[in-house]
Design a protein around this ligand. Structure first.
Ligand code: BV8
Length: 229
């Protein structure tokens, strides 16, 4: 029986809820250039474009719902009464809305904005622009998405490292394994002696690192796999 389970999720777990992935055809990156909307340099160059990219995605959140894969992870956590942590690369709030409690957003959250001046972080569903004012310090145009862009340090890496040292089952769901350090977490889990499982639509870039691989749609393979734990 696995005592400590760490589950890494990526955009693929939210695909069947209707949220575009990044690298699949027609995905987010086919309509926007990464360097324009997901880097600090892009934000400095054209903050209005970045605000509209995230305003659009934040608006989409209200129209989508968790799917059977999100629910299966929340049920697993409830059933196990602890020892299950989801580390997500996703910035949507579908894991929380499905009931997952032990959750780390390593790339930040769409529903949060941060002031570049006073660092205040707020939860919001509003649209933001370069005219937006920080309610704490009054800074005009100083608000930015509370999101980890390329070149920025992912959140809670120490906490994630501690979890991986103790983990004996590492499950990766719905990620292409294209982005680091997220794509390297499986190596740390393996070094701790964990059993490693990839549940994905197709082989990821890191497929060879996993001891067990099951391919199919997340709403099918995730409930089936976690139901046996
Ligand atoms: C950093 C927020 C220093 C934005 C994102 C080596 C080591 C360290 C860093 C690097 C390195 N090499 C290069 C780097 C730099 C860079 C990087 O990785 N570049 C890549 C492109 C080469 N990394 C960084 O800059 C990171 N920061 O390195 O800081 C550091 C390092 C270590 C420790 C401390 C500090 C910051 C990266 C974060 C960037 N921000 N997102 C936003 O969301 O708007 S990344 C972005 O990609 C999303 O977060 C997304 O989650 C993530 C990964 O994509 P996936 O989730 O995997 O989505 P994708 O579309 O690619 O794949 C979907 C998968 O689902 C597919 O496999 C598909 O088959 C599958 N699927 C589809 N449908 C289904 C399905 N599966 C199941 N069912 C379905 N129905």
């Amino acid at each position: 029986m696995y005592k400590n389970i760490v589950i890494l999720t990526g955009a693929g777990i939210s695909a069947e809820s209707g949220i575009a992935t990044f690298r699949d055809s027609g995905g987010l990156w086919s309509n926007y250039k990464v360097e324009d909307v997901a880097t600090p340099e892009g934000f400095a160059r054209n903050p209005g474009l970045v605000h509209s990219f995230y305003n659009h995605r934040r608006g989409e959140l209200a129209k989508v719902f968790p799917n059977a894969a999100h629910t299966a992870l929340a049920d697993l956590e409830k059933r196990r009464g602890g020892g299950v942590t989801v580390v997500t690369q996703n910035v949507d709030n579908l894991h929380e809305r499905a009931g997952t409690v032990n959750l780390i957003h390593m790339h930040g959250e769409l529903t949060k904005m941060r002031c570049g001046k006073c660092r205040d972080v707020i939860v919001t569903e509003e649209e933001f622009s370069t005219e937006s004012v920080c309610l704490k310090c009054g800074g005009v145009g100083s608000m930015r998405p509370h999101i980890v862009w390329f070149g920025e340090t992912p959140m809670k890496m120490d906490e994630i490292g501690n979890l991986l040292e103790k983990c004996n089952l590492f499950i990766s769901i719905g990620t292409s394994g294209a982005v680091y350090p997220a794509a390297g977490l499986v190596r740390i889990a393996k070094a701790s002696g964990a059993h490693t499982v990839e549940l994905n639509l197709e082989r990821s870039q890191g497929a060879s690192l996993f001891a067990e691989k099951i391919y199919g749609k997340a709403t099918e393979v995730v409930p089936e796999y976690t139901g046996k734990l």
